[in-house]
Design a protein around this ligand. Structure first.
Ligand code: MN
Length: 245
């Protein structure tokens, strides 16, 4: 049996092919898994559990079908969908994970994160993150009408795109010292995260201890999954049926 990890699907009404691939993935490979972990940014935007659109509702129904058939599903907040809440959990059957959280996987301790908290060279982003993760800010935001929230989220996405385009590639990647710190503090030798959309397996030392950082890919042009079982792990792309891949 295998545990599956995905992240950064960025499901959105403008990209129905990703939603279709996700639903196929839930109905096929995920059904045979020990568990499914979604490490943030399942959705491109989430303005509250009361405001899901039809594509988001389809994804929730897919998750519900999976969890009802006995496959546990865990969802971590990303920087796009950090407002996923209790109602989402009740409707999907998924459980929310803290960020970071430690998981023991077939005998190996693995630290799971979305990854944005590690991008500490991007100080403007870290200030924004601190603001929107504040519970008072979230309460005020959720108190706005759905159309007001949608307008603010759209402006935030435009701002984020402009910021990433104007910021050096290295700045928007994880900071090596921050990676070292979380591995040192957790005691884990393996870190698994998404967010940067730079899928890879990195090997390095922290205080002379061999460590590994596994980065999940996004689902923009193909899927990305980490399969982990008792024999080890593999990071794989998932061709999109009917697409250019
Ligand atoms: Mn992200």
């Amino acid at each position: 049996m295998t545990t599956l990890f995905i992240s950064d699907l960025h499901l959105d009404a403008s990209r129905p092919d990703i939603t279709a691939q996700f639903l196929q993935f839930l109905d096929a490979e995920a059904l045979g898994a020990d568990a499914l972990y979604i490490l943030g940014d399942l959705f491109e935007s989430w303005i509250g559990d009361d405001a899901a659109d039809s594509g988001q509702c389809a994804a929730i129904a897919g998750l519900r079908s999976l969890t009802q058939r006995g496959v546990p599903c865990f969802v971590m907040h990303g920087n796009r969908d950090f407002l996923l809440g209790e109602q989402f959990c009740q409707r999907s059957g998924a459980r929310l994970l803290a960020d970071p959280v430690m998981l023991t996987l077939y005998g190996t301790d693995v630290l799971l994160m979305h990854g944005d908290a590690l991008c500490t060279d991007d100080q403007a982003y870290q200030r924004l993150r601190a603001t929107v993760r504040d519970t008072d800010w979230q309460r005020r935001f959720l108190g706005l009408s759905i159309s007001q929230r949608r307008a603010l989220a759209g402006a935030a996405r435009d701002g984020s795109k402009a910021h990433i385009a104007a910021t050096a590639y290295a700045i928007t990647d994880v900071n090596a010292d921050s990676v070292g710190t979380v591995l040192r503090e957790s005691g884990a030798a393996t870190l698994l995260h998404g967010h940067t959309h730079r899928p890879a397996v990195h090997s390095f030392n922290v205080d002379g201890r061999p460590c590994t950082r596994i980065v999940l890919g996004d689902w923009y042009t193909q899927g990305s999954v980490l399969r982990w079982n008792a024999q080890g792990y593999e990071l794989c792309g998932l061709a999109r049926t009917g697409g250019p891949e």
